[in-house]
Ligand binder design. Structure first.
Ligand code: BGC
Length: 755
């Protein structure tokens, strides 16, 4: 192909300025004379939203047909990186067939509040789960020579005021919660691009934020691809390029290119900055085009549809079940199917990820096909898609349910309730749907509820009337078939919650701060996001993170946790999962770590690893996992580094963050490098260091000062002054140390830290 550096050397400044500012809504500028291809970028992430020939640039819905895979809210619940890799690969094949070079996804923002209107596009409230699933998706996609665009970098956790708001979030929280999924994907899957978010982070717009785009992404994580702006995120192209952004999107007729040219001409922007961005875009183009040996002219649509169906089943979370499910497909009594969503499925979210599916299954049709005449299927809509209920619709549903052997109710959020562009204000299901459920359950208590929603909904009002509740999320074009198969036991509900379902909105960690004002949103809950908050505060929840029932049961045993090398703060974890029930099924073993004696506040437990197993009845699987030093570390703001404090750590294997099956404690002993003591270190910090203690006691003895001798006589007073900086204690007690004496003291105490 071509060498990016050489080509940049041959391009004119005008060509480079045009390259880094996009050609139009969905492509970059090509330079024919230098064989530089134009790149086509397209949404993502659940299907390829390639605009149809001649479609208006802003018309989201006028696009080519493509497989609509389950949304990330669903696939996040699959806890299955291998599945995500398969989906990524299928998207890669479809992208290639539709002439797409960069598919805009995956979305790996953390679900900070369940109200975020775009939560259906994100995987989880947990960074480890989000990072592992996102990396698998990217690997699958990029195998086809199609680039990913990991979005939205960073701290884009709400839709309200998304283009103006500044996420006010401390560095530890960013490092521990909001950045790790991006870091993991960059390091493990080498995405072609990262998309800079609309919002500002601590006052600096993400798309012109040198700390995020250069220090973190390039210097720290060694990102080698190009940074693309979210569509319309760039206000000042010069500031963005300087900060490390490479491609301003979309192209808007040359305005941004002119700004860049003028800035270079006037000397306010170095041409080398433009060169750098141009070279990175060319490097992406070269890399994608060089990696295209797979022939994907013809996409196997049937295979992708089957994959979408399997993915929907692997992502479905069975929240409750008293043994009612699975149903027998016949022969048997009538099955009442109630709810418009059974006939007109809610299967994808609104906004930029909206695709035109290649086909669409309804649960009603699929249920009917499975029973194949052996049971009567009776349908009543109960409500309309606009979520309008009426007395005749309700009466018809009640009549349909009366006398049926079982009732399957399809409830969920109407399309207008959640989307890109706005946040929700409630977690409740529509009131009319709940009224319908109550009326139906009053005449027939054999009710199972199937939910379709992208963001979580409160479930208590549903569970009181239902013998089983199946959360399907927004399950993609084949969700209908997956639902029918699960209800009749032809498939297993393979999903586990990737986010906590709270009892009430007011219990959620960001409640008091979400969504802030147009100017700022304070991340006041810090790193206590999702289960980290609920578990640390021992708050009751409707369903904990990681929860999901199977049609079979699993036992956990044989836990062994070792620290193989005492010189390293690392551990190996091994245990066995056994299917103890009578059916084949899958389970997700979750590995949590608790730091039992940290000097800083840490969550009660944090997910560090997981493994999904598919087991036949009676079958066991031995799982081995290695925990690295980072898995025990917190971001220490004082050192500005990841730090492991020696001490006892508890390793817990759970079937959810609250269904803890096995536990073992280990001691890690390797200390973090000591920080040099200063005259402003506290008395406690001085006393904790043997050399510091000795010097301090000497200093006190020599000082001949009343306060010092009082302290010596009453050592129980020490804790009162432990947090006082030494300099203040000296000042308060009227002692002065010359700068030479101070330097000598610090030299003496810091010999062992090499400071
Ligand atoms: C969204 C991105 C999307 C882009 C292009 C933006 O409004 O935030 O996720 O990729 O539009 O459609």
């Amino acid at each position: 192909m071509f060498d990016p550096k050489t080509v940049v050397g041959e391009m004119t400044l005008a060509e480079k300025a045009a390259l880094v500012t996009g050609a139009d809504m969905w492509s970059t500028v090509g330079v024919d004379r230098l064989n530089v291809p134009s790149l086509t970028l397209t949404d993502g992430p659940h299907g390829v939203r390639r605009m149809a020939e001649g479609a208006a640039p802003h018309d989201f819905y006028e696009c080519e047909p493509a497989t609509a895979f389950p949304t990330a809210a669903a696939t996040g619940s699959s806890w299955d990186p291998q599945l995500l890799e398969e989906i990524g690969a299928a998207l890669g094949a479809e992208s290639r067939a539709l002439g797409v070079d960069v598919l805009l996804g995956p979305g790996v923002n953390i679900k900070r509040s369940p109200l975020c209107g775009r939560n259906f596009e994100y995987f989880s409230e947990d960074p480890v789960l989000s990072g592992h699933l996102g990396a698998a998706w990217v690997r699958g996609l990029q195998r086809y020579g199609v680039g990913a665009s990991v979005k939205h970098f960073a701290a884009n956790n709400q839709e309200t005021h998304r283009m103006r708001v500044s996420a006010e979030v401390d560095e530890r929280t960013l490092r521990e919660i909001y950045l790790p999924a991006f870091a993991h994907i960059v390091r493990e899957a080498d995405p072609a691009t990262v998309m800079a978010a609309y919002n500002a982070v601590n006052g600096v717009p993400a798309a012109q934020n040198p700390w995020l785009l250069t220090e973190i992404l390039r210097d720290d994580w060694q990102f080698g691809g190009a940074v693309v702006s979210d569509w319309g995120a760039v206000v000042d192209p010069v500031a963005s390029l300087r900060a490390g952004l490479d491609l301003v999107m979309p192209g808007t007729g040359g305005g941004a290119a002119t700004t860049v040219l003028q800035a270079v001409a006037s000397g306010t922007l170095e041409e080398s900055v433009v060169d750098r961005a141009a070279e990175r875009i060319l490097a992406v183009a070269a890399r994608l085009h060089n990696n295209r040996d797979t022939d994907v002219e013809v996409v196997d649509g049937d295979r992708h549809h089957r994959l979408a169906r399997r993915a929907a089943a692997e992502s479905a979370v069975l929240l409750t079940n008293d043994g009612f499910l699975p149903l027998d497909s016949g022969p048997g009594g009538p099955v009442a199917v109630i709810g418009e969503f059974a006939r007109s499925p809610r299967y994808q979210g609104g906004g930029s990820s909206h695709v035109r599916p290649t086909r669409l299954e309804s649960a009603l049709t699929e249920l009917t096909a499975i029973v194949d005449g052996r049971r009567e299927i009776r349908f009543a809509a109960g409500f309309t898609l606009d979520d309008e209920s009426s007395e005749p619709l309700l009466a018809d549903a009640v009549a349909t349910a009366r006398g049926a052997e079982v009732v399957l109710m399809f409830l969920g959020l109407p399309e207008a309730a959640e989307s890109e562009g706005f946040d929700r204000t409630t977690l409740d299901l529509p009131v009319d749907q709940l009224r319908l459920l109550g009326a139906v359950a009053a005449v027939n208590s054999n009710v199972a509820v199937v939910l379709s929603n992208g963001g979580v909904v409160l479930t208590a009002g549903v569970e009181q009337h239902a013998r089983a509740v199946l959360e399907m999320w927004l399950p993609g074009q084949a969700g209908g078939g997956a639902t029918a198969e699960i209800l009749f036991g032809l498939a297993e509900p393979g999903g586990r919650l990737a986010e906590t379902i709270p009892l009430v909105l007011t219990d959620t960690p960001a409640y008091c701060n979400f969504p802030g004002t147009a100017q700022r949103v304070l991340y006041g809950e810090r790193h206590y996001v999702g289960y980290r908050w609920f578990d640390t505060t021992h708050r009751a929840v409707a369903h904990p993170f990681g929860h999901g029932l199977s049609y079979t049961t699993f036992d956990y045993g044989d836990l062994r946790v070792d620290v193989p090398d005492p010189e390293r703060n690392e551990a190996t974890v091994a245990f066995t999962v056994t299917n103890t029930g009578g059916r084949a099924g899958s389970d997700v073993a979750q590995v949590y770590v608790s730091d039992l004696a940290a000097s800083v506040d840490r969550p009660q437990r944090e997910l560090k690893a997981f493994g999904k197993v598919h087991l036949e009845p009676g079958q066991s699987r031995h799982i081995e996992i290695r925990l690295s030093e980072r898995d025990f570390a917190f971001w220490d703001e004082q050192r500005a580094a990841w730090t492991v404090e020696p001490g006892t750590f508890r390793i817990v294997i759970g079937a959810s963050s609250r269904d803890l099956r096995l536990a073992a404690d280990i001691d890690l002993v390797v200390p973090a490098p000591a920080l040099p003591l200063t005259i402003d270190s506290s008395v406690g910090e001085w006393m904790a260091r043997p050399a510091g203690r000795e010097l301090l006691l000497c200093l006190m003895a020599e000082s001949n000062n009343d306060h010092a001798s009082a302290l010596q006589q009453h050592p129980e007073m020490l804790p009162m002054v432990a947090s006082m900086p030494l300099s203040r204690v000296l000042a308060l007690t009227g002692q002065t140390l010359s700068s030479a004496a101070t330097a000598a003291l610090l030299d003496a105490v810091n010999t062992d830290v090499g400071a």
